[in-house]
Design a protein around this ligand. Structure first.
Ligand SMILES: [Zn+2]
Ligand SMILES: [Zn+2]
Length: 418
């Protein structure tokens, strides 16, 4: 048997995992500043949850969902996105009654059976945020501002926001018919999947990779009702106050059924292309349509894999230990092991290889480890109750310090490094 990973699934080796962890740490820091709390929801839910919330005519549900029948005969799916689970938990756990702001974030893996391509995986990590229960444009502006600050904190330069409003159910009702009439006259130009779904969801065609571009120029435009227009104007004013550069883009349609009013994407000057880094939008009707209270909401999600790829030119996180302990003789093994424990207890990242290997071999490992110092204990050190400190990266004399003082001495040597 040969063991190999499934196509489209990736291993994150330590260096990559450290990049992901750095992004997650930046995110948690920013979430705390904005009053968002973490919500961890299951990876597997009833399939129906995603069909009803994400939308049965979306690509995610139609083509990409990992759904199966479990041992108990239930139709389940591994989550393709984070919002449905958060909304389900909000309803099921009565989070509207908690008395707190319902501002949640999640960090977790999602699954979509996409055609594998560069930088796209079938299991991928998303960081997302949902603000439930606040209908005002202040929530829109806060959510978008937080996303931009988070991307900046993670190290992505030159972020700007593309913004559009898809209107409310009311403004969409009229538009839906106008658009459908238009599309019915153009079916010969539409791609096969669009032809099959315009009667069920004509808006989906605007988001189609093939038809979206020409429809953006030719299709009738949505006219916002006065309330939606005022909400959109106010959101832009507030983003200006927050100092977030933005640009109204009437062609921006996000590919999920539940979006209402504000939708947005963030682009970065680092990209060199017009691809969005991430995005989100308002979903004022979703919670109610899933059986919950009337709770307007706004949220976004970003792919960590993609962001990590964009940040790959940044210096790699340092995974090296600060010091490397070497047992120069067999008799020194126990004392070396004791030293490791003392260093770690003092908060110094210390590593070793196999103490039973030769001195030469252990020193080779010490050099490879990237540690700043090797700490050696041999016959002389054992007798004298000392540790030899040998600089590995810079030229310098080997010095001997009393065993008990080694952690404190190293801390002073390592000062800016740890
Ligand atoms: Zn409206
Ligand atoms: Zn199409």
């Amino acid at each position: 048997m040969s063991v190999h990973s499934l196509r489209g699934f990736r291993d994150l080796l330590p260096q990559d995992a450290a990049r992901f962890a750095a992004i997650e740490a930046a995110a948690r820091e920013v979430f705390a500043l904005y009053g968002y709390q973490e919500l961890r929801v299951p990876t597997i839910e009833l399939k129906e949850l995603f069909v009803k919330s994400t939308g049965e005519t979306t690509d995610i549900v139609e083509k990409e969902m990992y759904a199966f029948t479990d041992g108990g005969g239930r139709e389940v799916a591994v989550r393709p996105e984070g919002t449905p689970g958060v909304v389900r938990a909000y309803i099921e756990q009565n989070l509207s009654q908690s008395g707190h702001n319902a501002k949640f974030y999640y960090i977790g893996n999602m699954f979509r059976a996409e055609r594998p391509q560069a930088g796209r995986f079938r299991e991928f990590e998303q960081i997302g945020a949902e603000y439930i229960g606040n209908a005002s444009p202040f929530a829109d502006a806060e959510s978008i501002t937080m996303l931009v600050r988070l991307l900046e904190k993670a190290g992505l330069p030159g972020c700007s926001v593309e913004l559009n409003s898809l209107g409310c159910a009311e403004c969409r009702r009229n538009y839906r018919q106008t658009l459908l009439d238009f599309l019915r006259g153009k079916t010969d130009r539409l791609c096969e999947p669009c032809r099959g779904r315009i009667e069920r969801n004509p808006l989906r065609a605007l988001d189609c990779k093939l038809d979206g571009p020409w429809l953006a120029g030719e299709a009738p435009k949505l006219t916002l009702c006065p309330d939606c227009a005022a909400h959109f104007t106010r959101t832009q004013e507030l983003l200006k106050i927050a100092g977030v550069p933005h640009n109204v883009n009437p062609g921006l349609v996000r590919g999920l059924d539940y979006y209402t009013r504000t939708v947005f994407e963030v682009r970065s000057s680092a990209l060199g292309s017009q691809d969005a880094v991430c995005g989100g939008g308002r979903y004022d009707d979703l919670v109610k349509s899933m059986g919950g209270p009337a709770a307007p909401a706004i949220g976004w999600a970003m792919g960590v894999d993609r962001l990590a790829m964009l940040l790959k030119d940044k210096p790699a996180p340092n995974l090296a230990p600060a010091v490397f302990v070497v047992a120069a003789t067999e008799a020194a093994q126990d004392q070396s092991f004791r030293l490791l424990a003392a260093l770690r207890a003092a908060g110094i990242a210390a590593d070793s290889s196999n103490f039973t290997l030769s001195l030469k071999s252990q020193m080779r490992s010490a050099d490879k480890s990237g540690a700043a110092f090797a700490l050696l204990i041999g016959e002389d050190e054992l007798k004298a109750g000392t540790v030899a400190i040998k600089p590995l990266k810079e030229k310098g004399e080997q010095t001997a310090v009393p065993f008990a003082e080694a952690p404190a001495r190293l801390k002073s040597f390592l000062k800016p490094a740890i």
